[in-house]
Design a protein. Structure first.
Lengths: 379, 80
């Protein structure tokens, strides 16, 4: 694909339905370059290695290394970490909601609004006291602009037709949601998928049992079962998200979950580390010399596991959300085929919507190829 | 987990855009998300936007790290 690797997504169109799909993931396992370096060097390198979720990656590295060395984790500034991840996640969600989703449906991109919020959020690092106000502006954006219609209704929509009606009366994101629902159920009957729900680092320590292998990092599972990782998994308890899942509109559910997650970021900026929610960053020693950190990043649960010997990194593993979602048997593969579309263009748009809803953190290419029979027509 | 390859700013353009050099390949990107960028700065680019600005020492360290890992900036998607 290119020197950095990435995802190559290939689907087959038989003139009526997408009949087969394949995923090639060729991106390098960048964590390997950290082995042999000093712990301090590794911690300083990680945030600059990644263009996306750099803060989440950096905090995961710092927390995992601290846990591996047996440092007192309470000395890490939990409030600052929570705020940094919430800021980064909000920036990513706004990119999807104000730029990428409208563009997919030929609606105007809101670049200046996005840039304005991006800068306001970035400024929180220098002026932490502004976090409360910026969080309030994000809530206003959702309630008054992106999704106004849902909050002007006398009651939440229950049926799918009520959902569409409500979405149409909303802002830009509501229009996109209505368009997704109009495309028909997005998930084949057999495509139910287990979810990577947010959990404390201690649970991950128990799940993984030790430093994960490169093969696990490439295709992670829970107890051998492929799972979905991301905003839908994180916000599946939201009543409207679960309603959309029940109606087999999983792409729309992910879009709605992203808005709910944006509201969650705003709440965390206003009141970080509330008692009734899990923190966004958690870490724990796995065994002597091995530490694990879990971070609820923009794209889902991000895991760093590091093995150290004194001040030297012996081995390093990163399990990123994209590998969960695009591995064999994962949500992309399960949802990308097995449904019909009125024409090729609609099929391609649905595949693009599916990919965008899963929000891969690497460049990707998407190819829809015609299945041909021996006579040169569709198979 | 997109790798952050630094791109050098070689020209400032109208409408908050600039030209960057990424491993010898020139590309126009938006500067709407970063401030105070001047020619010679390094920026991290993602799908047409400069996401952050780096000082030259930090950029050199990152480029050396990726070179050590056998990653060629000239063949990045941003350069395509």
């Amino acid at each position: 694909m290119n020197g950095l690797g990435g995802l190559h997504l290939r689907a087959q169109w038989d003139g009526r339905a997408v009949s087969a799909v394949s995923v090639e993931n060729s991106r390098p396992m960048a964590a390997s370059v950290l082995a042999g370096r000093s712990v301090d060097e590794a911690v300083s390198l990680v945030p600059v290695m990644f263009s996306l979720c750099g803060r989440a990656q950096g905090l995961a590295a710092r927390a995992a290394c601290a846990a591996a060395r047996g440092d007192d984790l309470s000395k890490l500034d939990a409030q600052e970490a929570e705020r940094a991840v919430a800021v980064e996640t909000a920036q990513e969600h706004l990119w999807r909601l104000l730029i990428d989703w409208p563009a997919l449906f030929d609606m105007p991109e809101r670049r200046s609004r996005f840039a304005s919020f991006h800068k306001r959020l970035r400024g929180i690092a220098e002026r932490p006291e502004s976090a409360f106000d910026v969080g309030g502006e994000l809530l206003d954006l959702v309630v008054l602009d992106l999704f106004g219609g849902f909050f002007r209704s006398a009651r939440e929509p229950v049926t799918l037709s009520e959902f569409v009606e409500c979405a149409r009366a909303s802002g830009d994101v509501g229009e996109v949601l209505a368009a997704l629902l109009d495309m028909g159920a997005s998930v084949p009957e057999s495509a139910d998928m287990a979810l990577v729900r947010p959990r404390p680092a201690a649970d991950w320590v128990a799940c993984l049992g030790g430093l994960p292998s490169p093969a696990y990092c490439r295709a992670p599972t829970l107890a051998g079962v492929p799972c979905e990782n991301g905003v839908l998994a994180r916000q599946a308890d939201s009543r409207m998200v679960s309603s959309l899942i029940a109606h087999r509109h999983r792409i729309a559910a992910r879009l709605f979950a992203r808005v709910v997650d944006l509201v969650d970021c705003a709440s965390r900026l206003r009141r970080p580390l509330a008692d009734d929610v899990l923190p966004l960053v958690d870490a724990m020693a796995m065994q002597d010399g091995i530490g694990l950190a879990s971070v609820e990043s923009a794209r889902g649960t991000l895991l760093h596991v590091v093995s150290v010997d004194g001040d030297t990194v012996v081995d390093y593993a990163i399990v990123a959300p994209t590998e969960w979602n695009f591995c064999p048997g994962g949500p992309f593969e399960r949802e990308a085929s097995g449904w019909t579309a009125p024409d090729r263009e609609t099929a391609l748009r649905r595949l693009r919507a599916l990919t965008l809803s899963l929000d891969p953190c690497v460049e990707y290419s998407l190819e829809l190829v015609d299945a041909v029979d021996d006579g040169g027509g569709y198979a | 987990m997109c790798l952050a390859i630094p791109a050098r700013v070689v020209a400032l353009l109208d409408d908050e855009n600039c030209t960057v050099d990424l491993g010898g390949v020139k590309k126009t990107v938006s500067l709407a998300l970063v401030e105070d960028v001047v020619v010679g700065d390094y920026v991290i680019v993602h799908v047409g936007y400069a996401l952050s600005r780096l000082d030259p020492e930090e950029a050199a360290r990152t480029l050396a790290l990726f070179a050590e890992a056998g990653i060629d900036p000239g063949s990045t998607p941003e350069a395509a």
